[in-house]
Ligand binder design. Structure first.
Ligand code: FA5
Ligand code: MG
Length: 357
């Protein structure tokens, strides 16, 4: 009866996310259960496995990309609001109006204008517009999906962008350019270079992107076998996925590619070419620590969380299974008569025989 009354109950006019109320419309499909995940910020929680993985990936970029003065050139944004506009999540990334990824069946819409970001790439254009050339973005993303061991409607991604000027790419050869007057029929998708890029610039960017990500895979997993798979994203061309061979299976680690030039020009950038990628943090953590179920990341059980309390983020940790029963705290005191014979096992046996689970 309670179930029936909850499904027939009229929905409140407003929907609440992170203590803000938004007006509901025919697009609204976010549930209070999903909204309860917003603001947990697992990637910012000290000693959380997703936080450790975030640190390991950002350290790799800090160490490998430094200025002449040896300071890191990538900046990290891990506190961007997961509530984004349709423009941020889709339009700014040249995702066609009729693209499947915009469907109500795939995203959590707050209303027709706002949604929970479906990927961290949603913030790419705003950070380009702010004038950044090398940046990392980390946060929680939301997609409607069936739940199983490796799928959960909320997960975490780290995205990166790196822009390069002509002089940076070809410092010793003033005859080489990054742009050319290609024909305007820029093929959409596919593995061809974009018409506006020179072959030299596109190939050099591809080389830097792929060697950076192969280095990242080695930094995370040691000596792993990996392979590149051609793919398509509306916002990069060409595009690839990096797969690693882990636990006897190929695992898709990340998607990447050469940024489509109109994304840069729309943000007022006319003298740079860029690469970008997006990697799933749960994927990395599940492999690194042998965590068998993606739902465990949301656990508040200290039996789970304690296993990752380390000050050495590179420590090899192997997850040990915890009880499926919820934790409970009991406070017990004993009064024992003097000289009474007592062993704690007497007490355990007493509990087990009286409180059968
Ligand atoms: C994207 O989300 C693109 N925005 C990535 C990108 C960024 C490409 C910049 C090019 C340039 P995709 O949906 O494939 O792509 O997700 C990227 C990564 O997130 C995947 O490779 C995977 O590691 C992780 N991921 C995707 N879906 C899930 C899921 N349901 N559960 C756990 N991890 C996932
Ligand atoms: Mg993918």
């Amino acid at each position: 009866q309670r179930y029936l009354s909850s499904v027939t109950k009229p929905l409140p006019a407003d929907v609440k996310v992170l203590d803000h109320s938004y007006s509901r419309d025919k697009f609204t499909n976010i549930t209070s259960r999903i909204a309860s995940h917003v603001g947990r910020n697992l990637h910012l929680q000290k000693f959380h496995p997703l936080n450790i993985v975030q640190q390991r990936i950002t350290n790799y970029f800090y160490q490998n990309f430094v200025s002449a003065g040896r300071s890191p050139i990538f900046s990290l944004y891990n506190n961007l609001s997961p509530i984004v506009s349709v423009n941020q999540n889709f339009d700014s990334l040249l995702i066609p109006k009729d693209h499947v990824s915009r469907c109500k069946s795939d995203c959590y819409y707050i209303n027709s204008e706002l949604l929970l970001r479906a990927h961290m790439t949603a913030h790419q254009s705003e950070l380009l517009l702010a004038g950044l050339n090398n940046f990392l973005m980390v946060g929680d993303v939301y997609r409607r999906d069936e739940i199983d061991r490796s799928h959960y409607p909320a997960f975490h991604q780290l995205d990166a962008v790196r822009l390069r000027t002509r002089d940076e790419l070809f410092p010793s050869d003033s005859s080489l350019q990054i742009f050319e007057q290609g024909n305007n029929t820029d093929s959409f998708g596919g593995q061809e270079k974009q018409a506006c890029h020179t072959l030299e610039a596109a190939k050099l960017m591809e080389h830097e992107l792929k060697s950076t990500l192969e280095g990242l895979a080695t930094h995370l997993f040691g000596d792993v076998e990996y392979r590149w798979v051609d793919t398509q994203f509306p916002f990069t061309q060409p595009s690839w996925e990096l797969e690693v061979f882990y636990n006897n299976d190929w695992l898709e680690l990340l998607g990447c590619g050469i940024m489509r030039q109109p994304i840069l020009t729309n943000s007022g950038i006319s003298d740079r070419i860029g690469w970008a990628f997006g990697i799933g943090l749960e994927r990395v953590a599940m492999c690194l620590y042998k965590i068998p179920d993606i739902r465990l990341f949301w656990s508040k059980d200290s039996g789970f969380l304690c296993q990752f309390k380390t000050h050495n983020i590179n420590e090899a940790i192997t997850y040990k299974e915890i009880s499926q029963f919820p934790q409970c705290t009991n406070d017990l005191s004993f009064w024992l008569p003097e000289n009474a014979e007592f062993s704690s096992n007497d007490f355990y046996d007493l509990v087990r025989s009286e409180a059968v689970i």
